[in-house]
Design a binder for this molecule. Structure first.
Ligand SMILES: [Zn+2]
Length: 311
């Protein structure tokens, strides 16, 4: 067996020499040989060069991994941020769609040519003020009544027609008929003003108003006393939750409004002005129940007639 040359032995040891893992004797042997041998010195340089390259590559690899990790971190922060924004948009878009839906239903309901509406509020121990609107194909009757244990007291009844400047107010109590004319009556006789709806036509058609409502209001679900499904609108920025508006899901029209703040209340057709706590207004809307007789001006030939012009 051929004995390994000293060069071969030394070259086998060179890696350990560079790593500094050789024992004392081997180290001495290598150092001694290196002084004498040019080719082994060259081999040592090559090994050192290789290791240096290796280390640089490793560093590059680590830097690259760090970069990727940083990018991933930025990416996940961005994704989380995008999700939060989408959720917020989702909430507002959802509410905006609901509000727009309510307004478009309310609009359709309010345009009915056979329309009955009623609003009620308790005014005094047991007394209820009721305002009623009967509307059929442009003709209307509006009544203000007070319901109590003693029965119904009709405060006033008014008849008129869209597109005219005339309205007839009948007081059975005073046996008096007042016939109004003039600009005020022309304006009052507009279809939108006759049918009393909680949301005005402008409000129903306003994109800005709907967006504003979507941001400001919370929308809950509820059941009205007659079992109707409703949306309950509240001002979400109002901590004490004093205000509530209940909206019938079917018609888009309000059926109850609550102001827990207390409110100055003026009862139309009376001198009653009072401050009410827990002001509750109930609304009722019905379609296709108004008859021609409901809106027909009754015979008032036995009553005193007076004429008034309002500009
Ligand atoms: Zn050698």
């Amino acid at each position: 067996m051929e004995k390994k040359s000293e060069c071969e032995i030394v070259q086998d040891l060179l890696l350990g020499y560079v790593d500094e893992t050789l024992n004392k004797e081997s180290k001495k042997l290598v150092e001694k040989h290196l002084i004498e041998c040019e080719s082994c010195r060259q081999r040592l340089e090559e090994i050192k060069e290789d290791m240096k390259l290796n280390q640089e590559n490793q560093k590059k690899e680590i830097d690259y991994l760090k970069k990727i990790r940083r990018r991933l971190r930025i990416k996940s922060v961005l994704i989380a941020f995008a999700i939060i924004i989408l959720v917020i948009i989702g909430i507002y878009v959802g509410k905006f769609v609901t509000i727009s839906n309510i307004m478009s239903k309310a609009d359709k309901s309010a345009k009915s040519q056979n329309f009955y509406s009623e609003s009620q509020q308790i005014i005094d121990n047991g007394k209820v003020f009721v305002y009623k609107v009967y509307y059929k194909d442009g003709k209307y009757k509006q009544t203000s009544e007070i319901y109590s244990d003693g029965g119904v007291e009709v405060l006033s009844t008014e008849y008129g027609e869209v597109g005219t400047d005339k309205r007839i107010n009948i007081s059975d109590k005073e046996k008096l008929v007042t016939i109004y004319s003039g600009n005020f009556t022309t304006i009052k006789n507009k279809e939108e003003n006759i049918k009393w709806v909680r949301f005005t036509e402008d409000e129903r058609h306003s994109l800005i108003s709907n967006l504003g409502k979507a941001v400001i209001m919370s929308i809950g679900d509820g059941r009205y006393s007659d079992g109707k499904h409703c949306y309950i609108l509240r001002n979400k920025f109002e901590q004490e939750q004093k205000w509530e508006l209940w909206i019938d899901k079917e018609t888009g029209l309000p059926i109850k409004e609550i102001n827990r703040d207390g409110q100055i209340s003026y009862i139309a057709g009376t001198d009653i002005v009072k401050e009410v706590k827990d002001f509750v207004q109930d609304y009722k809307y019905e379609f296709d129940i108004v008859t021609d007789d409901d809106v027909k001006v009754p015979d008032y030939s036995t009553y005193k007639v007076e004429y008034k012009t309002e500009e």
